[in-house]
Write a protein that binds this ligand. Structure first.
Ligand SMILES: C[S@@+](CC[C@H](N)C(=O)[O-])C[C@H]1O[C@@H](n2cnc3c(N)ncnc32)[C@H](O)[C@@H]1O
Length: 280
């Protein structure tokens, strides 16, 4: 049973880390004229209104996108990647003032915003109402293929893509503990079929007894050019749900770190959070 709905979590600190890293990877792909392909295995519905009943219930954007938006409106951020991220959000919020944010874009919307005529995106989603919303949001764009299917199995079926230049984003809800094993297996299989493809995996950081992220990192760290980044907004306790999250990249582009770390340090200082890279 799929019960996770991203509408409860849109724009939180985890989305900020995930989407800044995603934007940086897309900018890297756009730096050459050659076409690229992006596969988004767990897409959600693409757009989240922050005054929905779900978003108002948890107010999770207050841990991420909202304070960034408010600070940026007062004193624009200095780091180019962070400015680009804020401008991207602003593009979906033409009527929002300096205090409020109406809409937060999900990964399909962020990727779509960076596609050129020659690029392609495949989005996958298993939840029956999320896929309906995803279809109605993106069906008009012929560059985007929308798949109602399991994202792990779908990503393997679509690799290697043509052209062989691009990125797979793997962003499960980890509702089911088996997702961790499925992520590790899927990443290894994608890499076996498509050695040059970039892969980006998001993971949550939970209370010690439920935190499977160290084991996941361990399983993937021998792949080429692996980079791990974590943003933490609280201490690890059993009571506090998700105190942070991380991204594991495979085939990290050259000089990627400089760009992302500077932006993430500015994020961390605004959110009073911790940011660390390739620890342990
Ligand atoms: C964390 S949310 C995705 C958020 C989205 N990537 C973003 O950044 O805006 C995870 C999504 O995966 C969907 N999902 C769960 N299991 C799935 C599976 N096996 N294959 C594809 N989608 C799945 C859920 O319905 C949910 O919408």
């Amino acid at each position: 049973m799929l019960s996770y709905r991203h509408a409860y979590h849109a724009g939180n600190h985890a989305d900020v880390l995930k989407h800044l890293v995603l934007l940086a990877l897309l900018q890297q792909l756009r730096s050459k004229e050659k076409p690229f392909v992006v596969i988004d295995t767990h897409a959600g519905n693409g757009f989240y209104t922050l005054d929905s009943a779900q978003a108002r219930k948890t107010r999770e954007a207050e841990s991420g996108a909202l304070p960034l938006w408010q600070q940026h409106k007062q004193h624009p951020f200095g780091q180019p990647l962070l400015r680009d991220y804020m401008n991207l959000i602003a593009g979906f919020n033409p009527l929002s003032d300096a205090k409020h944010l109406a809409v937060y874009p999900g990964s399909p919307a962020i990727i779509q915003s960076q596609l050129r005529e020659q690029d392609r995106l495949a989005v996958m989603e298993l939840h029956s109402s999320e896929i309906e919303a995803l279809r109605s949001n993106f069906h008009f764009d012929s560059r985007i293929g929308i798949h109602h299917r399991d994202g792990f199995e779908g990503a393997i079926a679509l690799t290697p893509p043509n052209p062989r230049r691009g990125l797979v984003l793997i962003d499960p809800a980890y509702e089911d503990k088996s997702d961790y094993q499925r992520v590790a297996k899927t990443v290894k299989e994608i890499h076996r079929r498509w050695a040059t493809g970039m892969i980006a995996v998001w993971y949550p950081m939970l209370g010690r007894s439920r935190d499977h992220s160290p084991a996941l990192i361990q399983q993937l760290k021998s792949l080429p050019d692996v980079r791990v980044m974590e943003l933490t907004v609280g201490n690890q306790t059993e009571e506090f749900g998700m105190h942070g999250s991380g991204m594991i990249l495979v085939n990290t582009p050259w000089q990627f770190g400089k760009l992302v770390d500077a932006a993430m340090n500015e994020v961390a200082s605004c959110l009073k959070a911790g940011y660390r890279v390739n620890f342990g």
